[in-house]
Design a protein around this ligand. Structure first.
Ligand SMILES: Cc1cc2nc3c(=O)[nH]c(=O)nc-3n(C[C@H](O)[C@H](O)[C@H](O)COP(=O)(O)O)c2cc1C
Length: 207
């Protein structure tokens, strides 16, 4: 990775909503980002359940399967193992300044809110926070418990963006893909990545 290359850390955790993560990955690579992808064990279960995509725990095999599935540029994707403490994302001296956890489980919210750093996802999030970078959590659970809300409140006060996986319907979605794109478009907007997935409010809704 050179200094001019756009880089981002993306984590899939075990909340429902695997298709959001996959679509986001596809869009980031298409936007020429170098993506450091972290996948929790529970995320692999959810990916298989919701998308029929079975990923190996081996980072290289998982990368190969994802590249084939998304038909994306292999050079843009680095899949990191959950204990890969030598990955650039594990250190403030090398980690990308932006990170998205999508989908983000309530468990990962709790771990991140308490600085657990017990696996590479938690450590990478901790690094982005300590370096005052941009961290987005696309949280999915319903209903939220008081504990979930307290954890999200704490993180929000620290500058973390809490983005519930809650697509709107005002763009008149016709398919599940339209709902997925709604969420992914909002995430890309926050990251400052140009996107044309969904018409913008106030531009295409005035009839
Ligand atoms: C199919 C499936 C769907 C799940 N959906 C959610 C969910 O929407 N939100 C959530 O917080 N946990 C959900 N879970 C539970 C988490 O996967 C579990 O708490 C796990 O420990 C999270 O670990 P991680 O954050 O390290 O991925 C789901 C689990 C499975 C197998």
């Amino acid at each position: 990775m050179n200094n001019k290359q756009k880089a981002i850390t993306l984590a899939f955790t075990g909340a429902s909503g695997a298709p959001y993560g996959l679509r986001l990955l596809e869009c980031l690579i298409a936007a020429d980002y170098q993506v450091f992808l972290l996948i929790s064990s529970a995320a692999r279960v959810v990916l298989a359940t919701e998308h029929g995509l079975k990923l190996s725990a081996n980072p290289e095999s998982a990368k190969q399967a994802l590249v084939e599935h998304l038909k994306c540029d292999a050079n843009k994707l680095i899949v990191c193992g959950k204990d890969d403490w030598f990955s650039p994302v594990a250190s403030g001296s090398a980690a990308p300044k932006q990170m998205v956890v999508c989908p983000c489980s309530a468990g990962s919210v709790a771990a991140i809110a308490h600085g657990m750093s017990d696996n590479l996802i938690e450590r990478a999030a901790d690094v982005v926070m300590k370096e005052r970078g941009q961290l987005l959590l696309v949280v999915r659970e319903t209903p939220f418990s008081t504990l979930h809300l307290e954890n999200m409140h704490k993180l929000s006060q620290m500058g973390v963006t809490i983005m519930p996986a809650a697509p709107g319907f005002y763009h008149q979605p016709k398919s599940i893909e339209d709902l997925i794109d709604f969420m992914v478009a909002r995430i890309l907007d926050h990251l400052g990545v140009e996107q044309g997935l969904v018409p913008r409010w106030g531009y295409d809704h005035r009839g």
